[in-house]
Design a protein around this ligand. Structure first.
Ligand code: NAI
Ligand SMILES: C[N+](C)(C)CC(=O)CC(=O)[O-]
Length: 468
């Protein structure tokens, strides 16, 4: 049975949490008194359901349900994990904890999305402070893995551990913030940049567009893969970090930044920024901007995944968690996944080269299934593809789910012939592949019969598939 999460507050952030939990197989109970909450949630879910599965090579778990509850008590009943995402007002958050702690299980974790309050502030007046922990996510919650996990001295250690475990299982990167401070780690950094950006606009130095360009054409790209300190270490050249600090340390004392001064948020500044932002991005509505952002994030994260770097490494770990051994069905279902955005070509559909990837993945699953797995390959044996014949029967679009069904048409000595059918969930065939493989010795790089166990399984499959 699916585990149950309760989401209190279903706006930008609560909606993102609900989508991530449900897409990772949890049943979600959501409470938000906003009469528009259902519509907003379904729009967030549509975006998330398109984007999140694109990150993975492995099949997603069966999707959990999202139930809109009429009361907070109904939402938290039976929930193992509760995430509060109501507006950033301390007295409101206190009120919410009072009500939900009167109704939730004592074993449930209560995470707060707060951007800036400390866990000690959140726990003030709570009946059970030990259940409460800051779990600060980043927008969009369904794609960005970071969640700052900040316990206080009153938070029970097992709550921190349970939170880490749950958040890791749903594909997030819980960063344990060891000391509680206002705005945790990341928002403290973001606030500094935000403050400087506001001054640059107010002083007429740069427009919102120019500031965004300065970030996305330059240091924004660096930060996604190495962060700040590793980047600056490299900037110190052969002499490294010490040299970097000797060169640029003194600059911190020069008037390069406005430091802690905050510009007055008067009407003039708000109007100036809103006008510039409208000129920059007003042609697209928020859903179109979200889709653009999500597609770019998916492409960046997948590029990092290919390099096993930074957040990409986490996706590989999640793929491992999601991947289940092949069931022995006839035919075998060897691939179950979604077409990611980076597989599209100029025609706006999955590029022909990617079909080769899909069928290659399918044959690797068959190899693993018959025992020609990583250990077998490391011991010097494998299969090489000698021939493929792919037929493209229908267009496959970005964001589409598909499966590959595979039959072993021949399994005789060193010869292996696989017939793959790539299908929509409706059963419509998108492409077929007739693939001929030869068993090889990786020492001689020449063909040879498989080891007896593998051969026996290949022969058994060929027989079952001929009969089935
Ligand atoms: N928007 C952002 O970029 C980020 C926000 N956060 C934090 O997440 C929390 C929520 O922020 P957003 O989602 O941006 O705000 P939001 O305004 O989009 O959503 C808040 C939701 O809470 C609902 N709500 C109000 N009172 C409620 C109550 N008593 N019970 C249940 N629901 C109630 C509202 O109807 C609304 O739908 C805040 O603590 C914020 O600091 C964290 C990370 C990023
Ligand atoms: C602006 N903000 C403080 C609400 C930002 C965050 O809390 C995190 C984010 O997603 O940038």
């Amino acid at each position: 049975m699916a585990q149950r999460a309760a989401i209190i507050g279903g706006g930008v952030i609560g909606g993102g949490w609900a989508a991530r939990f449900a897409l990772m197989g949890w049943d979600v109970a959501l409470y938000d008194p906003d009469p528009e909450a259902k519509r907003k949630m379904s729009e967030i879910m549509a975006g998330a359901a398109r984007a999140l599965p694109m990150l993975f090579e492995a099949p997603m778990p069966p999707r959990g349900t999202i139930t809109h509850c009429a009361t907070m008590a109904e939402a938290v009943a039976g929930a193992a994990y509760i995430q509060e995402s109501v507006p950033e007002r301390l007295e409101l958050k206190h009120k919410v904890y009072q009500e939900l702690q009167a109704n939730c299980s004592r074993d449930a974790v209560i995470g707060s999305s707060t951007s800036g309050f400390t866990p000690t502030q959140l726990q003030e007046g709570a009946a059970h402070p030990e259940q409460i922990i800051v779990a600060h996510p980043f927008n969009p919650v369904y794609l960005l893995p970071l969640v700052e996990l900040v316990p206080s001295l009153k938070t029970a250690p097992e709550v921190t551990e349970k939170a880490k475990e749950t958040l890791t299982k749903i594909g997030m990167y819980p960063l344990h913030v060891r000391a509680e401070i206002d705005a945790h780690i990341a928002d403290r950094l973001l606030e500094a940049v935000w403050r400087e950006a506001l001054w640059l606009v107010k002083d007429g130095i740069a427009t919102t567009q120019e500031i965004d360009d300065a970030i996305r054409y330059g240091f924004g790209l660096r930060w996604a893969q190495m962060g700040l300190f590793e980047t600056y270490r490299i900037a110190g050249g052969e002499a490294g970090m010490r040299h970097f600090m000797a060169q640029f340390g003194p600059a911190l004392k020069w008037p390069w930044t406005k430091l802690m001064d905050v510009p007055e948020f008067d009407d003039a500044l708000v109007d100036l920024i809103t006008e510039q932002s409208d000129a920059q991005s007003g042609a697209l509505d928020v859903r179109a901007l979200e889709r653009l952002r999500d597609d770019n994030l998916v492409a960046i994260l997948r590029a990092l995944k290919g390099r096993e770097a930074a957040a990409g490494k986490l996706l590989i770990e999640q793929d491992t968690r999601l991947r289940a051994p092949l069931a022995g069905s006839v035919p075998l279902v060897t691939v179950r996944r979604t077409v990611p955005v980076d597989w599209a070509d100029v025609n706006g559909h999955m590029n022909e080269g990617r079909y080769g990837q899909v069928f290659s993945d399918a044959s690797e699953e068959v190899m693993t299934h018959v025992g020609a797995d990583r250990a077998y390959i490391d011991a010097g044996h494998s299969y090489f593809t000698a021939e493929t014949n792919i037929k493209y029967l229908a267009e496959t679009l970005v964001g589409e789910e598909f499966i590959v069904e595979t039959r072993v048409a021949l399994g005789q000595g060193k010869k292996l012939r696989l017939l793959h059918e790539m299908k929509r969930p409706s059963g419509e065939v998108l492409a077929t592949c007739d693939q001929f493989l030869l068993h090889v010795s990786l020492t001689t790089r020449s063909s040879c019969p498989p080891l007896p166990d593998v051969l026996a399984r290949v022969e058994a499959l060929a027989k079952a598939h001929a009969d089935g």
